[in-house]
Design a protein around this ligand. Structure first.
Ligand code: HEC
Length: 295
C-alpha cells in the first residue's frame, strides 16, 4: 500500500510539474477560450502541408482566386510580434494592417468586428504566447478587380459595419451569449451565408446556406427550417454536433466544418455551445435548399 502511494505521489508530482512551470496568465487563459470559440483560427495553419501552427501560408480558394492566410505567430518580422494592441484591433475590426493595407474579406473581420475589445485583447495575449515561427507571407493570386486592395475601401463602405454586437434587452442572457458567439467569435455566418457577386454576405439569407462557401465547400442551411435547414435538430443535437461532428442521422462531418470543430468549437464550454444552439433555434426559418451545383 505504501509503495502504491509513493508511486502515486511521484506520478502526480511529475505530471503536475510542467503545468506549474508554464502557468499561463489569466489573459492568456481567457484568450485561449476565445481562440477556441473562433474555431481555432484553423485557416492560419497549412495543415495539408504540415505547416507550423498559425504560421500562415495556407491557400484559401475563393471565387476570385487564392488568398493566403498570414503568419499570426509572435515572430517579430514575419508574424504579429511587433504589432501594437491597436494594430491587432484594427486588423480584426477594420480589416486594416499596420501598413494601412486592406485585408481581403476572406479574413472574417466582418464578424470579428462584433467582438468586444476585451475579448480581442485576450485573443492577442494568447496568440503572443504561442511559439514564434519565421515564415514570410505569400502574395495572393486574385483576379482583377479583386486583386486590387484599393477597391476594398469601397467594398468595406458597402459591406462592413464596425463595432461590437449590442445585447438585446428583450432576450435572455443565454440567447445574448449565443448571439454574440455565433455572430462575432465563431463567425458561423461567414461560411453559412451565401455571398453576392461582390463577395458581400447576402444579409437577407443569413445562415440559409452557401453552395460555394470558403474553399468552394457547400455549407448547409442552418436556420430552423424543417425541410431545408436544421429545424428537426434538437438543442442537444446541435451541442453534440459541435462537440463531435456527428449529425443526428449518424453522418460525420467533412472539410472546413470538421476543422473548426476539431481545433475550436469542441473545446468550448458546454454552456456556450448550448447558448449558440438556443440562438440558432430562434432564427427566422428560411426555406433554401442548398445543393451541389452539378446535381
Ligand atoms: C469555415 C467555414 C465554416 C464555419 C466557420 C462554420 N461552418 Fe458549419 N459547416 C461548414 C461546412 C463546409 C459544412 C458542411 C460539412 C459537411 O458537408 O460535412 C458545415 C456543416 C454544418 C452543420 C451540419 C448541417 C447539416 O445539415 O448537415 C451545422 C449544424 C453547422 N455547420 C453549424 C455551424 C455553426 C453553429 C457554426 C458556428 C458555431 C458553424 N457551422 C461554423 C462550414 C463552416
Amino acid at each position: 500500500m505504501r509503495w502504491l502511494v509513493t508511486v502515486w505521489l511521484i506520478g502526480t508530482g511529475l505530471l503536475a510539474a510542467p503545468a506549474w512551470g508554464q502557468q499561463a496568465s489569466p489573459a492568456v487563459q481567457r484568450g485561449k477560450a476565445v481562440f477556441h470559440a473562433t474555431g481555432g483560427c484553423g485557416c492560419h495553419t497549412d495543415v495539408k502541408n504540415k505547416g507550423p501552427f498559425m504560421a500562415g501560408g495556407r491557400p484559401i480558394a475563393t471565387p476570385f482566386g487564392n488568398v493566403y492566410a498570414t503568419n499570426i505567430t509572435p515572430d517579430t518580422e514575419t508574424g504579429i510580434g511587433s504589432w501594437s494592441e491597436q494594430d491587432f484591433i484594427n486588423a480584426m475590426t477594420k480589416g486594416i494592417g499596420p501598413d494601412s493595407k486592406h485585408y481581403f474579406p476572406v479574413f472574417p473581420y466582418t464578424s470579428f468586428t462584433r467582438m468586444t475589445r476585451q475579448d480581442l485583447l485576450d485573443l492577442r495575449a494568447y496568440l503572443l504566447s504561442i511559439s514564434p515561427v519565421r515564415q514570410a507571407n505569400q502574395p495572393n493570386t486574385l483576379r482583377f478587380p479583386f486583386g486590387w486592395r484599393g477597391g476594398l475601401s469601397g467594398w468595406k463602405w458597402l459591406y462592413l459595419r464596425t463595432g461590437p454586437l449590442q445585447p438585446d434587452a428583450a432576450q435572455s442572457a443565454e440567447w445574448n451569449r449565443g448571439a454574440y458567439l455565433v455572430n462575432a467569435q465563431a463567425h458561423c455566418g461567414e461560411c453559412h451565408t451565401p455571398r453576392n457577386f461582390m463577395g458581400g454576405l447576402k444579409t437577407s439569407m443569413r445562415y440559409a446556406g452557401a453552395v460555394e462557401g470558403p474553399e468552394g465547400q457547400l455549407a448547409p442551411n442552418i436556420t430552423p427550417d424543417e425541410a431545408t435547414g436544421i429545424g428537426d435538430w434538437t438543442i442537444a443535437d446541435v451541442v453534440w454536433y459541435l462537440q463531435t461532428g456527428l449529425k443526428p442521422d449518424g453522418d460525420d462531418t467533412q472539410g472546413l466544418m470538421s476543422e473548426v470543430i476539431e481545433h475550436g468549437y469542441q473545446h468550448m464550454p458546454e454552456a456556450d455551445l448550448r447558448a449558440m444552439a438556443v440562438y440558432l433555434r430562434s432564427l427566422e426559418p428560411i426555406v433554401n435548399k442548398v445543393e451541389p451545383k452539378d446535381k
